[in-house]
Design a protein around this ligand. Structure first.
Ligand SMILES: [Zn+2]
Length: 310
């Protein structure tokens, strides 16, 4: 179980997805031959003209064909079984791959009249296009915010029970936390780490030689030093996982040092939940921690931390 895959809009298809978000179905029509085109493209499929414009359509459709999936096509879709994967034909003649919703298996018939259902799938209003029978009182499936009924702790973090799969799964998103406070990585700290680790390479510990010979013009911090300094930088996660017996730091799925940290730099950190997966070892949360020199766009450390809750 993890976050469901979402379509990625391209510059060509973006108007289609935008229209869905606005509760409208818009498809392309050729200005030369008036033919309708779907899926979104650069050229008319009837006459090859590149003069296509976006037109709102009613979504009146008939069921061209369908199949019921008894085995999830992806693990993330396990809670949607059986899925009614369908090809529907719009009144305008184009066919659309979709899923049927709000219908019992026994109600589905090839040739039946259908209408669109706008399924809001996240808090930012992203919408997928489903279809249901014309006579059903179903036009919109609202976003079901799995955090809505949950409590907050004294720090204001949403308390997400490990057993609440919908909420656990919804933790993964592309939003970073705010930046932590900044800390300074000075030569004394770098020297202390050199003593501790035994890594006395001049690029870290010899400012005079580094001024002459280093491509950075100064000494730089060890990547592993910057990585462990993460513990000194508190970024505020918007949630707290609760209701587990044990939490295990399982290490890192990916550790990269893309940019140097010159001695004397200020660094700060932020994080985002990259993935949440149910595994035989327990609930696995992958937290991507990024550490940057303040003001630098390129991170100095990318660390995908893996945490197990059970
Ligand atoms: Zn055309």
């Amino acid at each position: 179980m993890s976050v469901k895959p979402m379509p990625v809009a391209t510059s060509i298809s973006q108007p289609f997805w935008q229209a869905l978000n606005e509760g409208e179905l818009r498809i392309q029509q050729c200005e030369d031959c008036r033919g309708f085109v779907f899926y979104p493209r650069n050229h008319c499929t009837h006459c090859m003209s590149d003069k296509l414009s976006w037109k709102p359509v009613s979504g009146e459709a008939t069921l061209y064909t369908y199949t019921l999936t008894r085995v999830p096509t992806l693990p993330e879709l396990a809670d949607e079984m059986p899925q009614a994967l369908a090809v529907v034909e719009l009144k305008e003649g184009v066919r659309v791959n979709t899923t049927l919703t709000g219908l019992d298996e026994s109600e589905i018939r090839v040739g039946m009249k259908l209408k669109p259902v706008f399924h809001k799938v996240d808090a930012s209003g992203n919408t997928l296009l489903r279809f249901t029978a014309e006579h059903k009182a179903l036009d919109i499936i609202p976003y079901n915010n799995p955090f809505e009924s949950l409590n907050r702790n004294a720090k204001g973090q949403i308390q997400v029970p490990i057993s609440n799969l919908a909420a656990m799964s919804a933790l993964a998103n592309n939003e970073f936390t705010d930046w932590s406070e900044a800390i300074t990585v000075d030569q004394a700290l770098i020297n202390a780490f050199a003593d501790l680790s035994g890594d006395n390479y001049w690029i870290h510990t010899d400012p005079d030689k580094a001024a002459k010979d280093s491509p950075f013009g100064t000494t730089i911090a060890h990547g592993s030093l910057v990585q462990v300094l993460q513990s000194r930088m508190q970024f505020a996660l918007p949630f707290e996982v609760v209701g587990f017996k044990a939490m295990v730091n399982y290490g890192s799925n990916r550790l990269r040092f893309p940019a140097p940290v010159p001695a004397g730099s200020q660094i700060h950190a932020r994080a985002k939940v990259k993935a949440v997966d149910a595994t035989p070892k327990g609930m696995q949360l992958t937290l991507e921690v990024n550490i940057h020199v303040v003001g630098q766009e390129r991170p100095s450390v990318i660390n995908d931390l893996v945490i197990f809750y059970r």
